[in-house]
Write a new protein. Structure first.
Length: 222
């Protein structure tokens, strides 16, 4: 028996696919904050069993995208500025520190990976549906945290990733920003490539300050 016969083709489990589909629907705004997630309806829409839908909802609840209430059951979590402000504050601390550490130790391979990740973000933004933007931006920051050796910090960011992605989708939808999100991330990558830890941290803070300002305005209006 040769290697080809032994190789296993790994595909995402059904639950993972359902979680991804529902996550994208929430981040993309198909499901709005406060909308009920009715299991029977989701089963019909997705073509899966109720147990798979329940597992997916539990995963999204852990990510902060779904809330479960005693009367209404699972609903899409509402965005509000109080929670968003906390997310941005945590991101400022963890991402600025990781970017600075990454700049001090980034190898040529890491710099090349960041450049490739930026191309992935641009490609995701060019897609009107922006279905892969969540994965593309996650890949960019994963490279930074991994190169910095900030594994525990990355686990914390991952727990916030659902909320982060919803806020990112919200701020990307407006033209009220002096510098685009991808341009901010390009500056972060450029500072890392130059080995300038201070500039990398400053670029992260500028990016998040800009996004937070827009989010506060939009969520305040809501």
């Amino acid at each position: 028996m040769d290697d080809a016969e032994l190789r296993i083709n790994v595909t995402p489990t059904l639950r993972v696919q359902v979680v991804d589909r529902l996550r994208q629907a929430i981040i993309g705004g198909r499901f709005q904050g406060g909308d009920r997630l009715v299991e029977r309806t989701l089963c019909d829409q997705l073509g899966v069993s109720r147990s798979v839908v329940r597992e997916a909802i539990r995963t999204l609840e852990a990510e902060g995208l779904v809330d479960t209430t005693p009367r209404a059951g699972p609903i899409v979590a509402r965005l509000d500025w109080g929670q968003a402000a906390q997310v941005y504050a945590i991101r400022r601390l963890l991402e600025a520190d990781a970017a600075a550490a990454c700049a001090r130790m980034a190898s040529p391979a890491v710099k090349a990976d960041l450049a490739a990740a930026l191309q992935g973000i641009e490609a995701a933004l060019a897609d009107p549906a922006r279905a892969r933007l969540h994965d593309a931006t996650t890949a960019f920051y994963r490279i930074i945290f991994a190169a910095a050796g900030h594994d525990i910090a990355w686990q914390i960011v991952q727990r916030l990733n659902g909320r982060i992605s919803r806020l990112r989708a919200l701020t990307l939808a407006t033209s009220d920003r002096t510098t685009s999100g991808p341009a901010h991330m390009a500056r972060i990558a450029a500072a890392i490539a130059a080995g300038d830890a201070g500039a990398a941290a400053d670029a992260v803070r500028a990016h998040l300050d800009d996004a937070a300002r827009i989010a506060q305005t939009l969520l305040g209006d809501q």
